[in-house]
Ligand binder design. Sequence first.
Ligand code: NDP
Length: 493
Amino acid sequence: MSSSAQPSVRTYQNYINGQWVPSGSGKTFPVYDPSTEEIIAQVAASESIDVERAVKAARAAFDSGPWAKITAQDRGRILFKLVDKVRQNASMLAEIECRNTGKPIVEAEYDIADVATCFEYYGGLANKVMGNVMPVPANALSFTMREPVGVAGQIIPWNYPLMMAAWKLAPAIAAGCACILKPAEQTPLTALEFANWFEEAGLPPGAVNIINGYGETCGAALVAHPGVDKIAFTGSAVVGKIIVKSAADTLKRVTLELGGKSPNIFFADADWEAAVDGALFGVFINQGEVCSAGSRILVEKKIYSKFVEAMTEKAKRIKLGPPLERETKMGPLVSKEQYDRVSSYLEVGRKEAKVAIGGGRPKQFGKGFYVEPTIFYDVDNSARISREEIFGPVASVIPFEDEGAAIRIANDTPYGLAGAVWTRDIYKAFRVVKSLRAGIIWVNHMQPTYVEAPWGGYKQSGFGRELGPWGLEEYLETKQVYVNLDETPIGWY
Ligand code: NDP
């Protein structure tokens, strides 16, 4: 059982070596509903002693347990069983995700559907990993074997909790790695519910472990541990840099999916209605707590004033509300800490630019970490609100003169996760696609994400790719094998 039977505040433990166990210290930390600010769960607070325990279990599973001998086909079957469990329990998972993150229920339902699709995709890929035979001279045979990296430590953020867990666990299981997942302290609940099905799906003890706790204690101990072969991290660039430095001591493999300040570029010839919608959707979906949020909205001067007006008018209709209500389009931010952080940027923004709409806390809510959808305009690209990731419902609208200027402004950022361009001119669209220095570019849309296509950033948005075959590659090593076919001695000595 993952939880003790308390009426409303459940207690969740760690999942280590196929068992639910309390943290070594016996300590827990509270998890909140950000719309009511009430505690909804207590979760085991792990420290290095728990990391030690999880690494021991994962190492044993990977080095000598049944997991070390399982076939690729059986790993695929386990993933398909997890798909069934997610689909059978989709409404329960969506409701927990919604309560825990504050995201609207309709968006949480999409997330859970994507979680199932992700496990399904990698279930299909598990037994399609193959090596190559190299054309070496006739007296030898040379081929490659693809092998799992080993024990993978996986650290994820709070904005898409179970989806981020799926992006990490599914390819790692397909590859045959043993996993230790550390969910974000704010949102561990769906990953823990998910672990209830591991045994039934066929995962042997130690193959996948989930430990909960704070980044500075639990996460840092996982990164530093010599028994961990790889760290897959999604989170902020600040923490990404700390992780790279710490991982250098043991030279473990590191992949980083970090933040962004993505440009959403609108030319005058774009389809008007679609463009206005796309500007709002690109930045306000999931309350703006999206790594690829189109938070810099670049608009051609010819349509600039009219575009800001149209965005503002439409933004007035965005319904903020309790996350569980189906009409809600924006819920509260995930935590008090995030609310304070975004609020401090609203203050900065009011000094740096003009406010078209929003800029504060909506008056109708007595509780909850709600922030109005906010549009700043006449923003200079050197402003802090243009350069720093806010991770909330805050748009900076920046005018540009022509295509060259748009590209210059778009690329003038330390980040390079994503970008979008809106135009009916196919020549211009592809010139911009080629010029943008970012890992994901959308044309006449923003945000669609498919498990088949790679996800990851250029520049300070990280390195490595998730999803598609690229995501699987990150969990594989390549072994080169040389076989001598010539019986004559080397004859060197
Ligand atoms: P953080 O970087 O603060 O935290 C991410 C995870 O790292 C959490 O689990 C956190 O633990 C843990 N962590 C914190 N400090 C350390 C440490 N010293 N060592 C090891 N682990 C640590 O990011 P947020 O959770 O605030 O998430 C928001 C960020 O994530 C944004 O910058 C966003 O852009 C990025 N992101 C990127 C995505 C992408 O695909 N590129 C997707 C989604 C988000 P704790 O539980 O204590 O917070």
